[in-house]
Design a protein around this ligand. Structure first.
Ligand code: ZN
Length: 209
């Protein structure tokens, strides 16, 4: 038996907040270094080229002090065009949802003006991410419309830094694969892991551990 919920007592007056309570606005934008890392006009042809971009984004995020050691990128599968990148922006933008993969999905969907990257008439899209997705990002992968996910470092590598991946199970991957989403593991794992090590060496903030 579950008892009634405890009543929450609010204090008589709240400390002031900058926004009206009924009008919060969520604003998500890239840090200003992004164009120095991404070439929006070239074709990223191979899997390695594409993963290198995701890892470069992760490394730059650490070096510039704009977030955690995780980067991602969404590509048109056929042309190799980078549609978006994503860098972990949780601390920078005070938003727990802004993992690298989530930022990449949101920005890609803004660019193609569709809530799914699998809409009729769109080319096939693939996600490359420097580290194995957490529970949130793996869930969002299903809704994002990408048809393939390639990741670099493994969850064990992230958990060495006390980053937590949440409830991701072998069944989670099987679920995605059963819906036609391909998963490729541990591409350029050592390079991706080196960015995690760099973050640790710089005593970066662990924001969900
Ligand atoms: Zn995530």
């Amino acid at each position: 038996m579950v008892g009634p919920l405890p009543r929450i007592r609010f204090p008589a007056s709240f400390p002031p907040m900058p926004d009206k309570p009924s009008r919060p606005v969520v604003h998500i934008e890239y840090p200003d270094w992004v164009d120095s890392v991404v070439d929006w006009n070239r074709a990223y042809v191979s899997d390695e080229d594409r993963m290198r971009l995701a890892i470069d984004v992760a490394r730059e995020n650490v070096l510039r002090g704009t977030g955690g050691p995780f980067g991602a990128a969404v590509f048109e599968a056929e042309s190799g065009r980078a549609v978006s990148v994503g860098m972990n922006s949780v601390v920078r933008l005070n938003n727990c949802a802004l993992h690298g993969e989530m930022v990449a999905f949101m920005m890609a969907q803004q660019r193609v003006r569709s809530f799914t990257l699998n809409a009729p008439g769109l080319p096939e899209h693939h996600l490359y991410t420097s580290c194995e997705p957490c529970a949130m990002c793996l869930g969002a992968t299903l809704w994002s419309g990408v048809r393939r996910v390639v990741y670099g470092a493994a969850r064990e590598d992230a958990s060495l830094l006390n980053f937590e991946e949440g409830p991701v199970f072998p069944e989670s991957y099987a679920y995605l694969e059963a819906r036609g989403i391909q998963i490729e593991r541990n591409l350029l794992r050592d390079d991706a892991r080196a960015v995690l090590e760099l973050y640790r060496a710089r005593s970066g903030k662990i924001y969900n551990g």
